[in-house]
Design a protein around this ligand. Structure first.
Ligand code: TXA
Ligand code: MG
Length: 535
């Protein structure tokens, strides 16, 4: 257990670094040095190493996230780290080494499996916890008798550790509670003026913090998921356990303490994870972001390369491709930080499969969301129709006119509105007279091309509205009666006949437009009333 004096010492240092509001006083000039990991500039590394040896703070890239380095064997240096991050000082730091032999100087009772794990995963994104040796100060371990150790693979990190004497403590280089930094710019956002130097080695590779494996228990226990997964451990050393309650970073209390609370990687906006199958998630997020838009707000959306085109409202950010979860891991914290620069109150995120790296992705995302989730199915169920298709004969005049009139309504819910024809031999632009009438009403069908109606238009959430009775009967006889097919007149309960202007003068198109405008107005009311009934 720690000697009595260390807590008092911590208090003195605290007074020195904090003002009355418990905010750190900015008084340092932070040097920012660009460094190329493929061609390391030794003078910069020596300068950084000297700062660490003298008890200063240097942020540096690792393959996981940027770390805030200090001399791990100096108690004072660790306390400075806590002050700069605004982190509770009983939350332990990871000690970074560059040589495997150095593990023996800081850890004791090292279990036999360590050699195998180190041979496979060091240097790399794995942190192992051991009983600490007396050389590690309690300041570094947050008062614990165990020490977390990692050997990073990033060449800049390795060079810095060597130049600093071999033992560098480093939490992620963010303000406590914010997303971990994956670029030097992120570090500067949080720590400029509070630390001595930032080594800018560009964007990191992995983007999520290392896997933490507690080697002091049998079987070893995963305390934080990361790029090295349980399956990868089990292939080498057999069973490992996973502490689901301890999947925490930035904890308020020392790990393994009961009733531990978590701080998050939280963005300023409220983040909600939408859960369901992917199609439902997209529909739910579309609906939620449309609802926000109608209230004059922009929702944030965390989408993937594959789903990006489905979102029309809100501020949409691409987190990566579903075909390669590594891209998602790499971008997660950047995207969360970027939303802090946007004027959004709520962010909706799609969810990701919880396997392999996905486990770490969902773990961080859930912590960022404070575990707020919504069921996509529950949101989606509230909307009966999602697609409205007007069907005419040729899809060149009345059907596209009706669709365009409807698109101009500010409806309570979002619909995909389009039109089709039952006899479309080849794609054609809209009838010129129809377009002239639309233009006089400040609308246009200039981009419209006629399309043939087919079975794909008949979905459970589609409302099919035909211009006349014949078209309706044709669809019913060809495709069966289980779909939502009505004439426009029937659906809005108004039998004003829709005249066929084809081959007639412009005025006939004008009359037709007026009738359509009346019927579509009633349709808009009916669609909104359907929403009310369901609410
Ligand atoms: O990828 C990483 O691990 C990054 C880079 C910079 O190496 N570092 C990092 O450090 O994520 P930090 O301080 O943000 O997270 C360290 C986590 C904390 O949740 C801490 O509670 C836990 O490791 N930890 C450290 N020492 C521990 C110990 N002796 N027992 C249990 N948990 C420990
Ligand atoms: Mg952290």
């Amino acid at each position: 257990m720690p000697p009595d004096g260390w807590r008092n010492k911590r208090m003195r240092i605290k007074e020195f670094f904090f003002d009355r509001n418990n905010d750190i006083i900015k008084f340092m000039k932070t040097k920012i040095r660009k460094i190329d990991k493929n061609q390391i500039d030794e003078t910069i590394i020596q300068e950084a190493g000297e700062i660490l040896k003298e008890g200063g703070l240097v942020a540096f890239p690792t393959e996981t996230v940027y770390g805030l380095g200090a001399d791990a064997l100096k108690e004072q240096a660790a306390l400075k780290t806590y002050a700069a991050k605004g982190r509770p000082s009983d939350n332990p730091l990871i000690v970074h080494i560059a040589e495997y032999e150095d593990l023996k100087r800081i850890a004791v009772n090292i279990p036999a499996e360590t050699d195998i794990l180190a041979a496979h995963f060091w240097p790399g994104p794995l942190t192992m916890i051991f009983e600490k040796s007396p050389s590690v100060p309690y300041g570094t371990t947050g008062g614990l008798d165990t020490v977390a150790v990692r050997m990073p693979s990033d060449p800049v990190a390795q060079a810095l550790i060597r130049a600093a004497g071999g033992f560098v403590s480093a939490p992620s280089a963010n303000t406590s509670g914010r997303p971990s930094p994956t670029t030097a710019e992120h570090v500067a956002e949080d720590l400029d003026g509070k630390i001595d130097m930032i080594l800018d080695g560009g964007a990191v590779d992995i983007g999520l913090e290392s896997t933490i494996l507690d080697m002091t228990v049998t079987p070893p226990m995963i305390l934080r998921p990361g790029a090295i997964t349980a399956e990868m451990f089990e292939e080498l050393i057999g069973e490992v356990s996973v502490d689901e309650t301890l999947l925490g970073d930035e904890s308020e209390k020392a790990p393994k303490a009961p009733g531990m609370k978590y701080r998050h990687y939280a963005p300023k906006a409220k983040l909600l994870i939408v859960e369901g199958d992917l199609r439902e998630e997209i529909l739910a997020i579309r609906q939620l972001s449309y609802a926000a838009y109608r209230e004059g707000r922009q929702a944030g959306i965390i989408a993937t390369a594959e789903t990006l085109p489905f979102y029309k409202y809100g501020i949409v950010k691409n987190i990566g491709t579903r075909e390669n979860e590594k891209t998602i891991a790499r971008n997660l914290y950047r995207v969360l930080r970027e939303f802090d620069e946007e004027d959004v109150e709520t962010i909706y995120s799609e969810s990701f499969a919880v396997q392999g790296m996905g486990k770490a992705i969902m773990n961080r995302l859930e912590k960022a969301a404070g575990h707020l989730r919504i069921s996509a199915a529950a949101v989606v169920k509230r909307q009966k129709y999602r697609r409205i298709t007007f069907v005419g004969k040729t899809d060149c005049a009345r059907a596209p006119m009706a669709a365009e009139i409807l698109r101009h309504y500010d409806l309570k819910q979002e619909y995909v509105v389009d039109s089709r024809g039952l006899v479309v031999l080849f794609p054609e632009p809209v009838n010129q007279k129809a377009e002239a009438i639309m233009k006089s009403a400040q609308m246009t069908l200039a981009d419209h091309v006629s399309r043939q109606f087919d079975a794909e238009n008949l979905q459970d959430d589609a409302l099919i509205l035909t211009i006349d009775e014949n078209q309706k009967n044709k669809i019913l006889s060809e495709y069966g009666r289980e779909y939502n097919v009505y004439t426009l007149n029937e659906f809005v309960e108004d039998d004003t006949e829709i005249p066929d202007p084809y081959g007639k003068p412009l005025t006939a198109y004008g009359e037709c437009f007026e009738v359509l405008r009346g019927l579509v107005g009633r349709l808009a009311d009916k669609l909104d009333s359907l929403v009310e009934e369901e609410e």
